[in-house]
Design a protein around this ligand. Structure first.
Ligand code: NAP
Length: 286
């Protein structure tokens, strides 16, 4: 069965809009997010335009902080300080990549914990590993978990294999699965006999970034396959999985595009809503 990320993303956005409208009516305030873009990376510009549109649709005030490639690290750090202190900013999104002369980790770690809507700062990742309820999960891993939840795929006792160990996908999704009582194997480019590992997976999550990387012989019959990869092949976007051949063998599979990617954006807005409620002391159910 195909797991339809676009449909779920639509459902999530509708739920977020209902909640924001309710808060607006009760408290007369709306969420606000700072979108920071440095340089003119075409992929980032497409992503930021879709963020601006979604903010508008959901009633979130998007404040644009767009700069040329030549700004300094000190300038960006002082901007983040200002945004951290500004009570009218609920979330800070730094669009990546940043230019090479700026230390990304230093910038991300400067964001105030409750405004870190991307969930990339060390403290948020630490809270995730402690399974603390207050963490903000990075949106792609959160999207994967939401996809599994909405398709009622249980994780407890399942063998879950994650291929890829990046800080933005592989590691945090592995931690989320572990917190949900799955048994996790995390693979990387040094892993021996990868197919032996992947063939054991009840749920296989691929976040590698190579087209046709996961082939039919690497997956177990009736497995659930989550394809995080976004790869450009000619004028087409494809995932990591040999979709056409693998889909015949498995019980569930995410398409690319229209799978995890669609959910990533929706989960980002869910994080903004969570940050908004935390920053403005909005109590649940009021
Ligand atoms: P990344 O930082 O490049 O990480 C790729 C991972 O794959 C690394 O851990 C690497 O291992 C591992 N790998 C590479 N070759 C391997 C091999 N032969 N066997 C096993 N593991 C191997 O990438 P990322 O940022 O996590 O992104 C991964 C993919 O997901 C990309 O296509 C990206 O565009 C996509 N993505 C999609 C979304 C979405 O919203 N759907 C969000 C983020 C990323 P080493 O650590 O040993 O090098």
């Amino acid at each position: 069965m195909l797991m339809d990320g676009r449909n779920i993303a639509k459902e999530i956005k509708t739920e977020i809009k209902i909640e924001i409208d309710k808060i607006k009516e009760t408290y007369r305030i709306s969420p606000s997010v700072a979108l920071v873009l440095v340089g003119a990376d075409p992929a980032s510009e497409v992503y930021i335009n879709s963020q601006i549109k979604s903010c508008k649709d959901l009633g979130i005030d998007a404040k644009e902080y767009f700069f040329g490639n030549d700004i300094t690290e000190e300038f960006l750090l002082s901007l983040i300080n200002e945004l951290n202190e500004n009570p009218e900013i609920d979330g800070i999104m730094i669009n990546l990549p940043l230019p090479k002369h700026i230390n990304v980790t230093k910038i991300l770690n400067k964001i105030k914990l409750t405004k870190d809507v991307d969930g990339f700062k060390a403290e948020n990742l630490g809270l995730l590993f402690q399974n603390d309820k207050d963490f903000i999960a990075p949106s792609t891993p959160a999207g994967i978990m939401e996809m599994l939840k909405r398709y009622k795929i249980e994780l407890e006792g399942k063998d879950v294999v994650v291929v890829g160990r990046s800080n933005i996908v592989g590691k945090p999704v592995a931690a989320l699965v572990l917190n949900a009582h799955g048994t996790v194997t995390i693979c990387n480019s040094f892993t021996k006999n990868l197919a032996d590992k992947t063939k054991n997976a009840d749920i296989l999550i691929s976040a590698v970034g190579k087209p046709l990387f996961i082939t039919k012989d690497m997956v177990k019959e009736e497995a659930v396959v989550i394809d995080v990869g976004i790869n450009r092949v000619g004028d087409k976007i494809v995932g990591d999985v040999d979709f056409e051949n693998v889909k015949e063998k498995v019980s569930y599979i995410t398409p690319v595009p229209g799978g995890v990617g669609a959910l990533t954006v929706a989960m980002l807005f869910s994080n903004i809503l969570k940050a908004f409620k935390t920053n403005r002391n909005i109590l649940e159910g009021k």
